[in-house]
Design a protein around this ligand. Structure first.
Ligand code: URP
Ligand code: ZN
Ligand code: ZN
Length: 466
């Protein structure tokens, strides 16, 4: 398969220039002016369009048994919606519960994805308990190419780990040279606050945010950072939502802690009034950490622009309205999460780059290049360079549309961003040289996606003596 993409403007994390791209097989073979089309090449006219490296979502849930139900997507539905939205690789949280065998869980997540994803993917391995078998099992998982861990400092008795378990996970992560991602809250405080609110008859979705206030997230973020510092592990805060947690993360960065920060799409665009809407409308917007007071949004945008927030993910987590209604009489039973995999690129483009809040190169960096570098996917992914995988997004900046559940591809019956206008969308999306999307439609090969195996990359000299 040979592709020649002609006349587009390449935009990477560092540069912007007009050039042709020649793709041979799965790889970018040449970048240059007036490249000749080899015999049998398909020529894509990208005149007037931007060409981005395929976007990478560093935080999604596809298969997710959680809160007495399962998230709605399959790897087939999620990967198509990802591609239509310009995301060519996602990293899924493999989340067995505390009571499951971690290695069995890992294999079952892999089996669900294998042969079913239309885009490439990798996993973060959740450590939801730490016991005598953990080191052997986690070494095996890392050896298999899953070189990042996830811990939850929330969801007591389900995914959550205590400080002893966090310490041991980070100590092992430092030894193995892998990065640990963390959901930062304080599980005990959340549990106590939930009980107090429910006992007082405060059961609607508007009480979800007060049950996990900003201070609780700031405490979790600060504690994670302290444990990183003491264990010399490398960490990554997922879905940071508010200014106090950001301050805790920045303080740690300033102390030299090796800590990276992700915020997710909903926290840039929505505020807590969405979850305060009556009934099911509010429930649709229940996620953790919760949507926050509006005053936090400028802090997140500013930190993203300056790079204090490193990446933008989605925490894609589709529970439909029937599932959300499980918590109709008690907000603590509302399945947490909101979809966003299909929407992330177009919304961050429209409300970030087009509105002047986000430089175009930082946009590419935060949504593609930095996730690739942090999680060991570069230089194959996250860049447009000779020898890199030909994961390319030819982007139509003239497109005008609106987010709506009626036309989405995610397997869900609502869209958390219903009615949001967009000012651009991918016109062609390739995965390793194959055109998978044209103008909002999946036209490619289902099941083309491969699991991306990664090697540990965070060996700290003081620990490893090298
Ligand atoms: O509300 C959320 N974020 N649901 C998914 C699980 C998690 O915390 O990542
Ligand atoms: Zn989380
Ligand atoms: Zn998540």
């Amino acid at each position: 398969m040979t592709l020649l993409i002609k006349g587009g403007e390449i935009v990477t994390a560092e540069s912007r220039y007009r050039s042709d791209i020649l793709v041979d097989g799965e790889i970018i073979r040449a970048i240059g002016d007036s490249l000749e089309a080899p015999l049998n090449a398909e020529v894509i006219n990208a005149t007037g369009k931007l060409i981005f490296p395929g976007f990478i979502d560093p935080h999604v849930h596809i298969h997710l048994p959680f809160m007495a139900t399962f998230a709605k997507d399959t790897h087939a539905t999620a990967s198509k919606s990802a591609l239509i939205g310009g995301t060519t690789t996602f990293i899924e949280m493999c989340c067995p519960s505390r009571n499951d065998d971690p290695l069995d869980g890992y294999h079952s997540w892999k089996e669900k994805a294998d042969g079913n994803s239309a885009c490439d993917y990798a996993f973060h391995m959740s450590v939801t308990r730490y016991d005598k078998n953990s080191e052997t099992q986690l070494r095996e998982i890392v050896q298999d190419g899953t070189a990042s861990f996830k811990i939850f400092l929330a969801y007591k008795n389900f995914f959550g780990v205590d400080d002893f378990e966090m310490f041991n996970t980070l100590t092992l992560a430092a030894k193995l040279g892998v990065i640990t991602t963390a959901h930062c809250e304080n599980a005990e405080l959340v549990s106590q606050l939930q009980q107090i609110l429910v006992a007082a008859g405060k059961t609607g979705p508007e009480w979800h945010e007060p049950s996990r206030p900003e201070a609780v997230e700031a405490e979790g973020t600060g504690r994670f950072a302290t444990f990183l510092h003491e264990t010399k592990a490398v960490g990554y805060v997922v879905h940071l939502s508010c200014a106090p947690a950001l301050r805790a993360a920045v303080d740690a960065k300033l102390r030299g802690t090796k800590l990276y920060v992700e915020s997710v799409l909903p926290h840039f665009l929505l505020d807590k009034t969405y979850a305060e809407r009556a009934g099911i409308e509010g429930m649709k917007h229940v996620m953790s950490p919760p949507l926050r007071e509006k005053r936090n949004l400028p802090a997140l945008w500013g930190a993203l622009q300056t790079g204090l927030i490193d990446t933008v993910g989605t925490d894609h987590c589709p529970f439909d309205t029937g599932q959300k209604l499980l918590g109709a009489g008690n907000f603590t039973q509302i399945p947490n999460g909101i979809p966003g995999l299909e929407e992330r690129v177009n919304l961050m483009w429209t409300y970030g780059v087009k509105r002047g809040l986000l430089d175009i190169h930082r946009f590419v960096d935060a949504l593609s290049t930095r996730p690739a570098r942090l999680f060991g996917l570069a230089p194959r992914k996250g860049m447009i360079a000779v020898g890199s995988d030909a994961d390319l997004v030819v982007y139509d900046t003239d497109y005008r549309g609106t987010m709506t559940a009626r036309s989405q591809h995610t397997n869900n019956d609502y869209n958390g961003f219903e009615g949001f206008a967009i000012e651009g969308r991918p016109s062609v999306v390739t995965v390793r040289g194959k055109v998978q999307v044209r103008d909002g439609a999946f036209v490619g090969e289902a099941g083309r996606g491969r699991m991306l195996r990664r090697v540990p990359q965070y060996f700290i000299e003081e620990i490893h003596g090298r």
